[in-house]
Design a protein around this ligand. Structure first.
Ligand code: GUN
Ligand code: ZN
Length: 408
């Protein structure tokens, strides 16, 4: 039995409006799992024969990023105007390069290294259409990820559609070789698949009970295109609903250009929204209407949407989450940013019994943040931790631990 007691200030998010904080706190970890959390004196007294690890700073759960494209990591922050022209000029040519195995291996190693350094320990990722690149992302995985080969049959270059596994036989064959816990059926977005193909994706996901991820209503031009392609659907959300793609295990990126009937539909299905404020700003899309998520009680978590988002730092996402909604006079608290970037992501991924915060029994996946001023409250400290440039935020975590082992 490996017993470790980590002594530090400890911040433990518990919900959108609640956290616990211990100034001189302890996390007691046995074989990589949290056994207890509390004041250092109490926890130290109740246990023995442990290795004591004293850390200078604040220990908090590692970040969870529920929507990103690992195959866009190298070109994050490059823009060519609107979403659709950006996809064509920057994103699709980059994704086509992932046919090359050695290129994909090097990129995957860099991706996981960068994310762990920035404090992200878990998330949901879109791969390129290629089976090989997706297998590489799964094999090289560091942390806990759900990954899908992006499915795209039409309205895209042949060097992507030719390798997409949207044929049900190919997709099922690939899924049979893949660990379901780490796999999501990933239709890229409605313009890349016919109604029939979307329906088949819905059936395959239901039969194997896996997660589903796709994009919904991110830009006005995309919405107009979907109306043209699916003229008999009442709205964009209905295109996915008819295909059986809206489940409790569905995570929908963006959800900006939505009408009330669509919010109602999402609420009824219990699907999750991945809210990507840095990407929305960078690609010139509108603000995601947080007030609608609240009105319809839609569950959501934060995400970078690399490479739409210019940075892989979830601290940057939290900073922009607070700033964009506050600028629109929508009140939003620091506590909520903390929850949406950690525990809510684990809930979206169905992993909240094993990750996302420091409740006993969960994996000891955590980061060390710089120490706080003894006179500050944790709320003031966390808000000030979110200030700074992208490069400062990416480097802010002082270390990252997975299952109680320091790995970055
Ligand atoms: N919609 C379809 N594909 C993409 C993508 O790769 N990034 C973003 N932000 N939106 C998309
Ligand atoms: Zn995306």
């Amino acid at each position: 039995m490996i017993k470790k007691l980590f002594r530090a200030s400890i911040l433990n998010p518990k919900g959108p409006g609640s956290s616990e904080f211990y100034d001189d706190g302890a996390l007691y970890v046995e074989n990589g799992l949290i056994k207890s959390i509390g004041k250092f004196d109490d926890i130290a007294q109740k246990n023995k024969d442990f290795e004591l690890i004293e850390l200078d700073g604040v220990v908090m759960p590692g970040f969870v990023d529920v929507h990103l494209h690992w195959v866009q990591h190298r070109v994050r922050g490059q823009y060519a105007g609107e979403l659709l022209s950006w996809l064509k000029s920057y994103i699709w040519p980059e994704e086509a390069r992932y046919i090359n195995t050695n290129f994909a291996i090097a990129a995957a190693e860099q991706f996981y290294t960068d994310l762990l350094r920035a404090g992200t320990v878990m998330g949901m990722s879109y791969s390129s259409p290629h089976a090989s690149a997706t297998e590489i992302a799964l094999q090289k995985m560091r942390g806990d990820w759900i990954i899908g080969n992006v499915l795209m049959a039409i309205n895209a270059p042949d060097d992507l559609t030719d390798y997409s596994l949207h044929d049900p036989v190919l997709l099922k064959d690939f899924m049979a070789r893949t660990d379901r816990i780490h796999y999501a059926v990933t239709p890229r977005f409605a313009p890349n698949l016919s109604a029939a193909a979307l329906g088949m994706m819905g059936q395959i996901a239901a039969a194997s009970d896996v997660f589903i991820q796709t994009h919904l209503a991110e830009s006005r031009a995309e919405l107009a295109w979907v109306k043209e392609l699916f003229p008999d659907a009442a709205h964009y959300t209905e295109v996915y609903d008819r295909a059986g793609l809206l489940t409790k295990k569905t995570i929908l990126g963006h959800c900006i250009e939505m009408c009330d009937a669509e919010w109602q539909c999402l609420a009824e299905r219990g699907s999750w929204v991945a809210h990507c404020p840095t990407s929305n700003e960078a690609l010139g899309n509108r603000r995601m209407p947080l007030e609608k998520l609240r009105e319809y009680d839609i569950p959501f978590a934060l995400a970078t949407d690399i490479g739409g988002g210019p940075s892989h730092s979830m601290l940057h996402v939290m900073q922009r989450f607070l700033a964009t909604h506050r600028a629109a006079d929508i009140p939003v608290q620091v506590q909520e940013a903390l929850y949406r970037g950690t525990l809510a992501g684990a809930e979206a991924m169905g992993r909240d019994s094993v990750a996302g915060n420091f409740m006993p029994g969960k994996r000891a996946d955590f980061i060390l943040m710089p120490a706080m001023d003894p006179h500050d409250s944790w709320v003031g400290w966390f808000e000030s931790s979110l200030a700074g440039s992208i490069s400062e935020l990416e480097e802010r975590p002082r270390g990252t631990w997975l299952s109680g082992e320091k790995i970055a």
